[in-house]
Design a binder for this molecule. Structure first.
Ligand code: 2B7
Length: 644
């Protein structure tokens, strides 16, 4: 026990007022994300204490009353009086910003609070906080209220057999929009912490629901890796590398390559914080992998001296968990959300640690090393071929669009008020005819697509689409160019509306068009100019009464409403409606229903486009079977909007 340790060694920087004035600066935001930073700050201190070898259990309890409590089994916060600061240990930790100073001889500090601001910030943003330190056989207590003001002075509550620290707080509902703690969010955080702090058990209890979960990793990262790769066949086994650089940067990495998997998954941490945006440590890992496999491939004559393995291709199928601990004086986070490690020294630290050991590993595991190199070479071939095809197609399309004269296919509108104009892309000539008759000629233009690109696969699909004369017309009609030349300010239509039948073919055309826009006119999607028209599926009528229905539910309701003697038209396609009906139900702004298309999550969208148009046909089939119900039309990223 470090009984000689005293509060006189602490230093003080600021009071707490600035935190309440600008909470965002300290915890990022005052939404639920910010709220949980209060928890991470407290948990961090408990983790640091455990990392130092003090205490094997950390308890986190979400109480019924909305407060949260963290308990550890460490040495207890030193509470003695610091003459220079005129404050006791509790006040230094909880009432002063960055109050820590020499408190922690810890070389590595958790930075889970992300902004690394310390527990006083939690106190500053709480309605109340109570702290116990069980130390030297006694229980010392203090209570703070209203943003960290002393509510009861330091009190010796008497003898105890406990050891450790106990902190309980209630967030300030005048600061946070919502003060409800999330079990799942906390569970995820504790799971991360547990894997990075092997041997320590985290116990989470939610008194509100009785829900409980413990987190414990005997083997830390290795076990975490196993969990991320269960049921997946490996091209290699898991490779575990650990080391410390000259500057004292600790590196631990567990990684491997999966078979039949084209994703790259690198989960990285710096000082216990997930670095979602990577940073220098991740760059170091990538560099080491590329270098090691290249040396191996050359030495074993898998590629020629003047060739090299491409890093991106190499990392397809990679799963890596990387944890670095950077000494506090070097630790630096970057980016809007501070999710990126900005410590330059981490690059070489990780690179050298991994390179030195991976080179040996590869020599000792020839079949694995060769398999990864071969997979990379295959991947490079596939990509080169696809890139070539795309280039050819683009050139062809460019020549088509530039040498273009207005097609007789397009029925233009008369208004020049581009923002109000609407372009209907219609499936089939007959529906095109109805649309032409039913439109408002002033601001609605019609472009019929003849048939549809053959239902083949991936590159074939896109080729067929780009070779389609109407697509050239479409680009010309929208009037803003395509690919890198696309300029959103030049578009000739405020709404580009895809109008297809509500069946498989219609869905396929929608997907192809959306994918086309995604690949060649992304800003059009990003700014919400693309819509999907929703033609009704049924008309229920009797006498003068009629109701259009967009799904089976509505159909049942309409039948009941119209009552006796109702009759039903079922529309299998747009062509079955006359122009008047099409106009009324699907084209007139006051009556129609449109789905506005947005890219909600670009990563997910890329993934989807990959599924739709990538070369992995099985993945596409799986996805379609699992996700698309062709009776609903909602199979891309859409948001429903019914115009007023
Ligand atoms: C940097 C400051 C915050 N501190 C100590 C010692 C132990 C200790 C703490 C803690 C959260 C909820 C239960 C060091 C470190 C302050 O100085 S904070 N344990 N646990 C904690 O906050 N848990 C300490 C050296 C000798 N004796 C005690």
């Amino acid at each position: 026990m470090a009984n000689d340790y005293s509060a006189s060694e602490l230093k003080v920087l600021h009071g707490l007022e600035p935190v309440r004035q600008r909470p965002g600066m300290y915890i990022g935001s005052t939404d639920t994300v910010g709220l949980h930073h209060l928890v991470w700050e407290i948990v961090d201190n408990a983790v640091d204490e455990a990392n130092e070898g003090h205490g094997k259990h950390i308890y986190v309890t979400i109480h019924d009353d909305g407060s949260l409590e963290v308990q550890d089994q460490g040495r207890g916060i030193p509470y003695d009086y610091n003459k220079a600061e005129k404050k006791n240990g509790f006040q230094i930790v909880y009432q002063t910003l960055h109050g820590g100073g020499k408190f922690d001889e810890n070389l590595y500090k958790s930075a889970g609070g992300l902004h690394g601001v310390g527990a006083s910030v939690t106190n500053a943003l709480s309605l109340w906080m109570e702290v116990h330190s069980f130390r030297d056989g006694r229980d010392h207590f203090m209570r703070f209220e209203d943003g960290g003001k002393t509510a009861s002075e330091l009190k010796d509550m008497g003898p105890t057999t406990k050891r450790g620290t106990d902190v309980r707080f209630y967030p300030d509902d005048r600061i946070f929009s919502d003060i409800t703690f999330s079990f799942d969010r906390i569970a995820q955080h504790l799971d991360d912490q547990a894997c990075l702090t092997k041997g320590v058990t985290f116990h989470l209890l939610d008194e509100r629901t009785g829900r409980k979960q413990d987190f414990y990793y005997e083997n830390g990262l290795q076990e975490y890796y196993q969990r991320h790769t269960v049921n997946k066949e490996g091209l290699t086994s898991s490779i575990h590398i650990e080391g410390t650089s000259d500057e004292g940067i600790r590196v631990e990495c567990v990684f491997g390559f999966l078979k039949d998997n084209y994703d790259e998954k690198i989960i990285s941490f710096a000082n216990g914080v997930r670095t979602g945006d990577g940073g220098y440590h991740v760059t170091g890992l990538k560099k080491a992998l590329t270098n090691c496999f290249n040396s191996y491939a050359i030495n074993h004559r898998l590629i020629r001296n003047n060739e090299s393995l491409d890093g991106d291709c190499l990392r397809e199928g990679l799963v890596a968990i990387l944890s670095t601990w950077v000494p506090e004086h070097l630790l630096q986070f970057e980016g809007q959300t501070k999710g990126k490690l900005g410590t330059k020294e981490a690059l070489n630290a990780v690179d050298r640690t991994i390179e030195s050991k991976l080179a040996y590993y590869l020599e000792e595991h020839e079949p694995e090393a060769v398999a990864v190199c071969k997979k990379t070479i295959d991947e490079m071939r596939v990509r080169a071929k696809a890139e070539n095809e795309r280039k050819k197609e683009r050139e062809l399309l460019k020549s088509k669009v530039s040498g273009f004269t207005l097609s007789d296919k397009l029925t233009p509108c008369s208004s020049k008020d581009y923002s109000k104009n609407e372009l209907f892309i219609v499936e089939g000539d007959s529906a095109g005819g109805s649309a032409k008759k039913g439109r408002n000629p002033k601001y609605q233009a019609i472009l019929p697509l003849r048939g549809k690109p053959k239902n083949t696969t991936d590159v074939e699909d896109e080729k067929a689409l780009l070779g389609n004369k109407e697509i050239a017309t479409l680009i010309y009609t929208i009037g803003a160019g395509f690919d890198s030349d696309f300029k959103i300010k030049d578009i000739h239509y405020g709404k580009v509306i895809i109008m297809t039948d509500a069946d498989d073919d219609g869905s396929h055309i929608q997907s192809l068009l959306l994918t086309f826009f995604y690949n060649h006119m992304k800003p059009l999607l990003e700014t919400g100019h693309v819509y999907i028209a929703c033609p009704p599926l049924y008309r229920v009528y009797a006498g003068k009464k009629e109701i259009y229905c967009y799904d089976d539910n509505e159909l049942e309701k309409a039948k009941a409403e119209i009552g006796r003697g109702y009759r039903v038209n079922r529309y299998k396609g747009l062509g079955e409606m006359n122009y008047d009906q099409l106009s009324h139900t699907t084209m007139q702004p006051e009556k129609r229903k449109l789905l506005q298309v947005f890219i909600q999550d670009d990563e997910e969208c890329k993934d989807k486009v990959n599924i739709f148009l990538g070369r992995d046909t099985d993945r596409r089939k799986d996805w379609i079977e699992n996700n698309i119900d062709f009776t609903t039309k909602d199979n891309f990223t859409k948001e429903v909007k019914r115009e007023k």
